[in-house]
Design a protein around this ligand. Structure first.
Ligand code: AMP
Length: 170
């Protein structure tokens, strides 16, 4: 069995010069590696969570599979203007400028325990916004699970104490 790291492709200077993009399409396209990844992500939240919150767009691929593996529902967190019903919104800082994430305001109930799933934790801005969105409903983000954590960017410091689990660290 090949280690999961063997299915991560480094793409230099994408989407901008100086960025090393962690491309997970080789992992997604290998049935055994994808199954193993989903099983490991699901084990982290097993038994302790009511919903998965998945972050657009690559987070959907992993989050939906993790939710199905756990037998619980999945809530999409999307870029502004994509969701059709009433939404909570949170604006967050990007390297240049700002962006807005949204979640349906009825997606979670107060007290529900939520596992956040995304592909990569980089600077933490995206996941930090997801945490704020979840808290706006009264639900509780209990853990954030990633395939990859880019530890040198210190993203976990922006997650307001929410525990982070990552399968691969760089
Ligand atoms: P951040 O808000 O900086 O933590 O960025 C998180 C989002 O950007 C994740 O949803 C990732 O999909 C994407 N991302 C950021 N940096 C990278 C990278 N080096 N390789 C792949 N995806 C990345």
């Amino acid at each position: 069995m090949k280690p999961l790291k063997d299915f991560v492709r480094d793409v230099l200077d994408f989407p901008r010069k100086g960025i090393v993009f962690k491309d997970l399409t080789p992992l997604l396209s290998d049935g055994e590696a994808f199954r193993r990844t989903v099983a490991e992500l699901a084990r982290l939240g097993d038994g302790a969570v009511d919903k998965v919150a998945a972050v657009e767009a690559r987070g959907f691929l992993f989050g939906a599979a993790v939710a199905a593996a756990l037998g619980i529902g999945v809530v999409p967190i999307r870029k502004k203007g994509k969701l059709p019903f009433f939404c909570h919104s949170v604006s967050y800082d990007l390297e240049y400028g700002k962006d807005v994430l949204e979640m349906h305001s009825d997606a979670l109930l107060p007290g529900q325990r939520v596992l956040i799933v995304d592909d990569v934790l980089a600077t933490g801005g995206t996941c930090g916004a997801a945490i704020q969105l979840i808290r706006k409903t009264g639900a509780v983000p209990v853990e954030a699970a990633f395939v990859i954590e880019l530890g040198f960017l210190k993203g976990r410091d922006k997650l307001d104490g929410v525990p982070v689990r990552a399968l691969l660290n760089y």
